[in-house]
Design a protein around this ligand. Structure first.
Ligand SMILES: [Zn+2]
Length: 386
């Protein structure tokens, strides 16, 4: 690192904090402090044709700097994006979400809504980058419940023909890509079934909901209405229990690619270990202060590692152990890590979620998870001699 520029629009309150943070870097790299609107600062870099290795924008709410920042990141560089607008991203403020995040819809209060929100945020940056003919992918994605805060580090590259179904040098952003584009489609919708609790990725166009009239190939014998009669072209059906339309709480467009890059997470792990940052900070004296719900760095990177498993690619949700116990789906639910071990023992990919302490990410379907959970509880009972 050669130089670093820190900026805070609020000089009165920001100067002290900047000064303190920069002290450790004095003499190591060239440092500079600025106090102006970040839009102006980024625009000036752009006018000067400057390209930066990394732009970190840590702003409040959903005020957007993505375009300004992405324009001045060099190809192969990074953009570290932030949103603290949990109300919009978690579906509590639909008009706010629509305006700030490109018409995104998030079904509120569903079990893995915080992951849906994180993926809606990622998808919005991917969309904004696509407009600039840039291809961005998250190298790690963080949801922090305190705030909440959404923080995603993107690698920024020039869009290529290979970067998705956009082709012709345009970046990929097509939430309506057909299911047979699965290899490249990175945006889609998520459907949570209110009847059975199953979650799935939906790639069919949602004519009724979004007014999108892109034709899609229909299989012979596929039910549903027809456009000529004014009925819905697209009927959504839960692939597990068969519940239709109104039972499916649909969110999107959301990013359905991986939330983290496995190689980057490994490199972060190695570096954190070398710095001694992975030592159990619970045993520190005095104990390190953490916000409610904050994981230790060791636990967080461990969860990232699990979530980066390629076998979980395309799994855009987690199951919550408490939810598995509702509606009689599970008689009793085993502890999270027991359930994960049991799922893995049967050949499924399974890991904890960094987003929710009760969250289990797995490529197993809901009925399989319930079955494995019930058998794990029975096995625990047998061990206890019950
Ligand atoms: Zn269902």
């Amino acid at each position: 690192m050669r130089s670093i520029v820190w900026n805070d629009a609020d000089e009165a309150n920001g100067a002290k904090a900047l000064e303190k943070n920069l002290r450790a870097l004095k003499g190591v790299v060239k440092t500079e402090m600025r106090f102006e609107d970040a839009h102006r600062l980024l625009a000036r870099y752009w006018l000067e044709d400057a390209r930066l290795d990394l732009v970190d924008v840590d702003g409040f709410g959903s005020v957007y700097f993505a375009e300004g920042a992405l324009r001045v990141v060099r190809y192969g560089g990074y953009y570290y994006a932030t949103s603290t607008d949990g109300r919009a991203l978690c579906g509590q403020n639909p008009s706010g979400a629509g305006a700030s995040f490109g018409n995104v819809v998030v079904a509120p209060s569903r079990p893995s809504v915080n992951e849906t929100a994180l993926r809606a945020f990622v998808g919005d940056v991917v969309r904004r980058a696509a407009v600039l003919k840039l291809d961005v992918v998250p190298v790690f994605s963080l949801f922090h419940p305190h705030g909440p805060v959404f923080r995603v580090m993107f690698r920024v590259d020039k869009a290529t023909n290979k970067s998705g179904n956009g082709g012709n040098g345009t970046a990929s952003y097509d939430a309506f890509a057909a299911a047979d584009d699965e290899g490249v489609a990175r945006m889609a919708f998520g459907g949570y079934c209110d009847s059975c609790g199953s979650t799935e990725v939906i790639r069919r166009p949602l004519v009724d909901v979004f007014g999108h009239d892109k034709p899609h190939r229909r299989k012979k014998g596929d039910g549903g209405g027809d456009g000529a009669s004014g009925k819905s072209e697209s009927r959504l059906t839960c692939s597990v229990c068969g519940a239709r339309d109104e039972s499916l709480a649909v969110s999107g467009p959301i990013w359905i690619g991986p939330l983290h890059d496995a190689e980057t997470v490994e490199a972060m792990w190695t570096q954190a270990d070398a710095m001694g940052w992975l030592d159990d900070d619970d045993t520190e004296n005095p104990p390190r202060r953490r916000e409610k719900g904050q994981l230790s760095l060791c636990d967080l990177l461990d969860a990232f590692r699990g979530e980066a498993n390629p076998r979980l690619s395309g799994v855009a949700h987690y199951f919550r152990t408490d939810e598995l116990g509702r509606k009689g789906r599970c008689t009793r639910v085993p502890p999270r890590d027991v359930l994960i071990t049991a799922l893995r023992a049967e050949g499924h990919a399974a890991t904890r979620s960094h987003i929710d302490p009760r969250g289990v990410k797995t490529n197993a379907a809901l009925n399989v998870v319930v079955d494995v959970a019930n058998r794990a509880v029975a096995a625990l009972d047998e061990l206890d001699g019950r």
